[in-house]
Every structure is written in structure tokens, then in C-alpha cells.
Design a protein around this ligand. Structure first.
Ligand SMILES: Nc1ncnc2c1ncn2[C@@H]1O[C@H](COP(=O)(O)OP(=O)(O)OP(=O)(O)O)[C@@H](O)[C@H]1O
Length: 347
């Protein structure tokens, strides 16, 4: 992100008290358009209150919020609703409205024409894997929790707001559904262009989705940075301890193939510069070590080498004429990962 990117949200010195409790204390951040910021921290640390100050559901005692460069206090409720989508854990679907009616609520409130609302609803339901032929006429109680969550997301996206606020959007789901919806969510083109602020207390979720994480404790920012910075350069003891229990799994989700390629021995590079077959699995350097392990462990699409070892091909750099690919086995990957970790921790 360049410094010239326009700021989607700028929060300045936000504070909020409830009685004697300072729930949010002096929180500031600047969020460039297109970035995903995750608010993370233990229960009661002020995440939801901070999120709700961004769309004026909670008024701060001190400080200010600017959205697209304009103070939110000077924007009408309708303008804020158009510019900022909001999804909460309880989904909040209207029980007597069908799926399609729920998705169309905000565009209708904003006065959009019926054919336009219907087309947008159909497009979004399809994109969120809820085929409208089957789902458009159902009522919320006829849906599973995961399906309801997707309708909630479709509803927040319906008016195509540039900013989306999500409060524990996957919180009510079981861990397996949660992981798969999270993956769909990450891959949703519709969301990639948007500025997202997401509240969670799930560390893995934060690491999988965030460009930057704000870790809060008792209303105060402990650290604001990339997942890599929080994991490998914790600002204080609270930050270090917060990630300690899940450190290894987070390291796998934070380091990418690009970070470990220099630790792959030369002989591997030299022996494996072949042209790959189109059916083979090819990974870009941007995938995480976790994703590479999953690719190496899944039964489909694997090529088997002479030693019967699973390999993936990795884009190992571009020459002017062609992309070079090297093959990588799980043991080679894990050795390189171990070396990269040692270096990053002692650097
Ligand atoms: N309207 C309110 N009146 C009084 N106290 C409140 C109100 N809203 C929140 N609080 C208190 O403020 C603190 C922070 O609440 P908040 O919901 O922002 O935390 P959170 O980090 O989102 O927690 P969780 O992860 O459990 O949802 C809590 O102690 C809560 O009891």
C-alpha cells in the first residue's frame, strides 16, 4: 500500500466510557482503501464499541472518525448506510422476509429501482453459493447457520458500499463451517476491493484475513501491525503471550513460500528445473506454508516422483523468456521453513 492511497477510514484519539469504565482509550488508526483491518483482543476489551463508533452506532466521548475524508458527524444516516455495510454475529435477518427480500432491504431503502435490486440480489446470491432458484424464496428459519451468515453478508454487500464492518461474522458457526466460510470469504472478489474492519477474538481468523491487526486489551491498543510484525516483533509481553499458545500454527499461516525459497538447497533448485506438466499442481510464491502443506497433503492432482513422494511445483522466479518452476516435497518444504524461522527470530 503506498502512502498516496486515499484513506477510507481515519480514527483519531477515540475514547469511550461507560460509567467508571474506560472502554476505549485514545485509539487512532488510518486505514487505506482496500485494506482489511482486524480488531482482535480478549472478551470485553472494547472491539465492538470501537467498531460501532466507526458507523455512529456509538458516539465517542472524545475523538473523531473520518470516512472517505469526511467527518462522520457531518454525514447523514442514509449516506453512512450507503457507504458502510455492517454484518453482526446474530445476522439480524428479518424473519418474515424471504432471503431475496432481506438482501434487497438496503437498496430499496436507498430508492433503487426494482429490476436493479432484483438483478443485484440474484448476482450476490449466486456469488455466495446460494443459488437463487433454490434460496431466494426461503425464510431465514429454513436456512442453516452458515447459509444465514452468507445471506447477512449478501445483504451488507447489496448496495455495494466501499467499506464493510463485520462483528464476529462467523462467531455462531461450528469450527469446520467457520473455516470453510472464512476461505470463501477470502476468495470473494467482491470483498477484495473493499475496505474491511472485522472484529474477532479468534487468533487464526485474524491471521488468515488481516492485512493489519490491531490487538487491544482493556480498551488500549497493544500493537497495530501486520500479522508478521505482531508474531515476530511483539511490542510487549501482552502481545507475545497472546499468541504463544498458537505460535506454530500462526507461523505456518504467516510465512509464505516467498519467505522460504532462499532456504531451499541449491541442489533442489538445480535438479528440479523442469517443464511441468499442465496437470501438475503449481503454487504461486504468495501462498502460505500452511496452504503449501495442504496442497502437498491432499490426494488430488499430485504428481508422484520416483521416490513416491508428493511434490508441488513452485513458481521460482521469472526470466525474460519464461517462468522457472521447481518441484518441492514436504520434507524439503519443512526444512526450509525451519531455517527461515530461525533466521527471522534471530534477525
Ligand atoms: N451500552 C453499554 N453500557 C455499558 N457498558 C457497556 C455498553 N456497551 C459495552 N459496554 C461494556 O464495555 C466493555 C467493552 O465491550 P465491547 O462489547 O466493546 O467488548 P468486546 O471486546 O467486543 O467483547 P466481546 O469479544 O466479548 O464481544 C465491556 O465491559 C462491556 O460490558
Amino acid at each position: 500500500m503506498t502512502s498516496s492511497s486515499p484513506l477510507a477510514i481515519q480514527a483519531t484519539q477515540l475514547s469511550k466510557r461507560y460509567g467508571p469504565h474506560a472502554v476505549v482509550q485514545n485509539v487512532s488508526f488510518a486505514l487505506p482503501a482496500g485494506e482489511t483491518l482486524v480488531l482482535l483482543g480478549p472478551s470485553g476489551c472494547g472491539k465492538t464499541t470501537l467498531l460501532r463508533m466507526l458507523n455512529r452506532l456509538v458516539e465517542p466521548d472524545e475523538g473523531s472518525v473520518a470516512v472517505q475524508g469526511q467527518d462522520v458527524r457531518t454525514q447523514s444516516a442514509a449516506a453512512l448506510r450507503r457507504g458502510i455495510g455492517y454484518v453482526i454475529q446474530q445476522v439480524g435477518l428479518l424473519p418474515h422476509y424471504t432471503v431475496a427480500e432481506n438482501v434487497g432491504v438496503v437498496p430499496r431503502l436507498l430508492g433503487q429501482e426494482e429490476p436493479q435490486v432484483a438483478a443485484r440480489t440474484e448476482e450476490l446470491l449466486r456469488r455466495l453459493h446460494l443459488p437463487p432458484e433454490r434460496f431466494a424464496g426461503l425464510y431465514p428459519h429454513q436456512l442453516s447457520g452458515g447459509q444465514q451468515q452468507r445471506v447477512g453478508l449478501a445483504r451488507a454487500l447489496a448496495a455495494d458500499p466501499p467499506i464493510i464492518l463485520l462483528d464476529e461474522p462467523f462467531g455462531a458457526l461450528d469450527p469446520i463451517t467457520r473455516a470453510s466460510i472464512r476461505r470463501e470469504f477470502r476468495e470473494l472478489e467482491e470483498l477484495r476491493r473493499k475496505t474491511v474492519v472485522l472484529v474477532t477474538h479468534d487468533v487464526t481468523e485474524a491471521f488468515e484475513l488481516a492485512d493489519r491487526i490491531m490487538l487491544l486489551n482493556a480498551g488500549q491498543v497493544q500493537q497495530l501491525g501486520t500479522p508478521k510484525e505482531l508474531l515476530f516483533r511483539p511490542a510487549n509481553e501482552f502481545v507475545r503471550r497472546f499468541f504463544d499458545a498458537e505460535k506454530f500454527s500462526l507461523q505456518l499461516r504467516t510465512l509464505r513460500l516467498a519467505d522460504v525459497m532462499t532456504y531451499i538447497p541449491n541442489e533442489v533448485h538445480n535438479n528440479s528445473l523442469h517443464t511441468y506438466k499442465s496437470a501438475d499442481k503449481v503454487l504461486p510464491l504468495s501462498v502460505t506454508i500452511q496452504e503449501a502443506i495442504e496442497a502437498l497433503s491432499s490426494p488430488s492432482g499430485l504428481q508422484t516422483s520416483a521416490e513416491e513422494e508428493a511434490v508441488v511445483w513452485v513458481e521460482a522466479g521469472n526470466s525474460p523468456s519464461a517462468t522457472a518452476y521447481i518441484s518441492l516435497t514436504l520434507p524439503q518444504l519443512m526444512t526450509a521453513f525451519g531455517r527461515a524461522l530461525q533466521d527471522v527470530q534471530t534477525a
